[in-house]
Every structure is written in C-alpha cells, then in structure tokens.
Design a protein around this ligand. Structure first.
Ligand code: ADP
Ligand code: MG
Length: 465
C-alpha cells in the first residue's frame, strides 16, 4: 500500500523540489528549506503525512526539524549521516525529495506498517462470539435485533450503537458478533475491536514513542470500530480528546461505531459532555438481567456447547438458574465447575447442599436461609474436635489457628457480615486478620483437593443446619 502523501506536480515543484532531507546522528530528521515560508507551508499542509513517510523510511518515529538554508549542515561544513528518500506519489513510480535513494529503499518506504486486519484475531475478535450462540431473551431481544441490523448495514442505520448494562450480560458478545458478521460477509471491510483500556494504553505508548500518526491511522482508517468498556475513559482527559477526534472522523465518513459500557452515557460522570452527547446521537440500548427462563435456556445451550457434554439432571441446571441471577459469566462459571466435578468424580453432586458447597466459591450464592456465625463456629469446632471457645479465644496452637481460619472463611462467604464484625465474633480480632485467614484458606483449597473437599463438606453441614 502506498503512503498517503499526495502532492500535485505543481506543488511538488514549488515547495519540495529544493527541500533537503537529513537524518542526524541523534536520530532527528532535518528538512532543509530555502526560506521560512516553505517551513510554514509544509508544516501546516503536510505535517501528518510527512511524519508518516519519515517514520516508515527511517524505520521508526523521528522528530522532524526544519532548518532554513542558511543554517544547514552544508553551510557549517557538516555532512549528513544518512539521506532519506521521500516519495512524491503524484508522479508515477515515485519521485524523491532529497538525495540518494536506492530503488529498493523507495519500495520498502512505501509499505504501510499498519496491517489491515483480515482475520478475526487480527481484528481483535474472539471466535467464540457470534450471533448463533447468543441466546436471545426478553432482556436482550431489542439489543440483539439492532446488533443484527447494524451488522447487515454498517454505518447506515444506528450510528453510533451504544450497549449498556451490568457486567457479564453479553455486551462484549453482541458487539463482537457484529464485528465478526461484517468481517466475514464484507470482504473489504476493515473491522477493529478494542477495549477502551487498550485504546488508552496504545495512545499513551504512541505519545511516548512519537508514533501518533500510526496510531491515528490504525483507528481512523477503519470501516467499523468497536470500542468496549468505554466507562474506562472516565477521568482520562487526553484519551477522551483523542477519541473525540477519532469518533468525529469516523462518524463524518459514515463509518460504523459500536460502543459498550456498564452504564448509560448520561450516567458516566466526568466524561466530557461533548463525548456523552455524541454517544447519544445514534441508538442506545440496555441489556437487562435475564429472567429465569432465559437463564435456564442459556445454561442448556452452554451445556450443549461443552466438549463431551456431561450428563446433568435437570434439577442441577434449574438450581444454578435459580441461584445465579445477575451475570451470565457466573452462570457459565457455575456450569463448568459442575462439569469439571462430573469428569473428575464420575458423577454430579448428589443433592442440593452438595451442589451448593461445590459452587460456593465460584458464584456469589444467595443462600436461601440466613446462616449464623454461631452455626458456623459450632460445625467447625465439632469437625476439628474443639470447643467454640477455642475459636474465639486467644490461644494459637496450629490446629486451633487453622480451624479458626476456616471458620472465618466460612463466615466471610456465607454471611453478609462486614470484616470488622467478623473479627469481633472471633474474640475481637482485627479485620486484617480476617482477610489474611480468607487468603490462606482459599490458597490451600486451590492447592489441596482434600482440603477443598473438607471445606465444602463443612459448608454443606452449615447449610443443612
Ligand atoms: P459483558 O460484556 O456484558 O460484561 P460478555 O459479553 O463478556 O458480558 O458475556 C459474558 C459471558 O456470558 C460470555 O462468555 C458470553 O458469551 C456469555 N453470554 C452473555 N449473554 C449471553 C447470551 N444471551 N447467550 C449466550 N451467552 C451469553
Ligand atoms: Mg464486556
């Protein structure tokens, strides 16, 4: 691909034919111009394409400096380190500004370093997200419909398209499905998916490495830009400014913009007003929490999609669908936890309390009955052959310390008590001790299967009462 520097023959003759180009030892590029008017004109009309040409020709971003002829290296007797080719695209075959380019150098200088994404991965898309495997429920019916409409006619109906809703409800899934559909159905479309965090990091990096032109080309020369989690832009003023210009450029050229966030545009406090208003120009659609039937349908679908799908009795899916209400990612997490259990143990948990015990650390289960600290302390003390007073007392022999940590861990996960109150329930210990206990126990559960089973059996006992 040719570099985007277009200079008509007349302009080339007038402004560039007598410009010298030097690469100094310090890596700067010096353009030697006959007078200050040349400097002004070139800088104001060709700053961006020039720095791109220079960046490609020099193999990296370079600072460009203008010297008026009297102050040139030639005048003070120095010879330039390297002379770089610049190319006038208006002339067939390329015409050089400056001196001494070899044909091969000119060719390599005309290769565009921003790769056009042709595969899903290059476009930043995860192959697992498509319309086919998105289960549509009342909560997402409208969002899924507009997503499909945009995928069919990008840039033509809803622009920008803005999804919002709680975590794990399918915003990323839907926006990636749009990108996938367009990439696969329109051969020439340039699609990019990026999170606003990545966008921010790349922007910061581009400033640091002086490669803004490349960064801009990457995000402004696309047909479809999908920006996820835009709430991350809040408080990042220069990134917002940059994105504002990206947005305008794309929008003005009828390129499709799709955005997702965990809240509605107007709720994004301290996001620049002009961005908020642009986000609202097109169509804003909320994905809500799925109802029970949709949750059950999603579980069915995910189970079917698992490799060697394990056999699971309907009550298990029903139990998960009832207890995990607000996050599809957590539904998936719970399902794969049970699937892993089936493949390791040869069967699914036998009853509800065993299932609850298995899932307690995967999902925020909302226990059906309230669990008291007393009950936890009694169950744990009995298991370790101790008295409740040992758990709440000052003694620290290792068997007591471990039992106490287990009891603290269970209290943390099975009740809604704040850390300080948990500390109080265990003999006035501070909240740092409780946090430490929870960490020790979860690490140990991850490291040792036996220990994990023990904790799960204690949970089951507490639940059973
Ligand atoms: P968000 O971006 O809203 O936080 P994601 O799109 O990342 O959520 O979804 C989380 C997980 O849940 C993903 O694995 C996604 O495939 C799955 N998911 C969410 N909603 C649905 C749905 N309606 N049908 C199928 N899978 C879904
Ligand atoms: Mg997401």
């Amino acid at each position: 691909m040719l570099l985007p520097i277009k200079i008509g023959p007349e302009n080339f003759e007038r402004w560039f034919s007598n410009v010298g180009v030097e690469l100094t030892d310090h890596g700067k590029v010096i353009l030697t111009v006959p007078n200050p008017i040349h400097h002004l004109w070139i800088e104001s009309n060709y700053a961006a394409p020039l720095s791109e040409v220079v960046e490609v020709a020099a193999g990296g971003p370079r600072q460009i400096e203008f010297h008026v002829q009297s102050s040139t290296a030639a005048a003070n007797g120095k010879t330039p380190a390297v002379v770089l080719p610049l190319v006038d695209m208006s002339v067939r075959g390329g015409r050089q500004i400056g001196r001494a380019p070899a044909a091969s150098e000119v060719i390599s200088a005309t290769v565009d370093p921003v790769r056009i994404p042709r595969t899903l991965a290059e476009a930043g898309l995860n192959p697992k997200y498509c319309f086919d495997n998105f289960v549509v429920g009342a909560n997402s019916q409208y969002s899924a419909a507009v997503a499909k409409a945009v995928a069919e006619k990008p840039g033509r109906i809803y622009n920008p398209l803005f999804f919002y809703g709680g975590t794990g409800l399918g915003k990323t899934h839907l926006m990636q499905a749009i990108g996938r559909e367009i990439l696969l159905s329109k051969k020439k479309a340039v699609v990019r998916y990026v999170t606003s965090e990545q966008f921010t990091n790349e922007f910061v990096e581009a400033i640091r490495g002086q490669s803004l032109p490349l960064f801009r080309r990457k995000y402004r020369k696309v047909d479809v830009l999908l920006i996820d989690d835009v709430h991350f832009f809040v408080g990042k003023d220069s990134t917002q400014e940059e994105f504002f210009h990206t947005f305008n450029e794309l929008f003005n050229n009828s390129k499709q913009i799709v955005l997702a966030s965990d809240c509605a545009p107007a709720e994004m406090k301290s996001l620049e007003h002009r961005l908020v208003s642009r986000f609202e120009w097109g169509l804003t659609t909320q994905i809500q929490n799925p109802d029970f039937e949709t949750r059950a349908a999603i579980l069915q679908r995910k189970l079917g999609d698992l490799e060697d799908a394990p056999v699971m009795e309907p009550w298990i899916l029903e139990f998960i669908a009832q207890r995990v209400r607000q996050n599809v990612r957590k539904l998936e997490g719970a399902l794969s936890r049970v699937a892993a259990h089936v493949s390791l143990e040869g069967s699914a948990p036998a009853n509800e309390s065993a299932l609850e015990a298995l899932l307690h650390d995967v999902v925020d289960m909302e226990p059906t009955k309230t669990v008291s600290v007393d009950a936890i302390q009694r169950v744990v003390a009995t298991h370790y052959d101790l008295r409740v007073g040992d758990l709440t007392g000052p003694r620290r022999p290792s068997n007591i310390a471990l039992a106490r940590q287990v009891a603290m861990y269970l209290t943390r996960h099975m009740t809604k008590l704040p850390l300080t109150q948990i500390g109080d329930e265990f003999g006035g210990r501070d909240h740092g001790t409780v946090i430490h206990a929870c960490k020790v126990i979860s690490r140990r559960m991850m490291a040792a299967d036996d220990f994990r089973k023990t904790v799960e059996s204690l949970i089951a006992k507490v639940v059973e009462g």
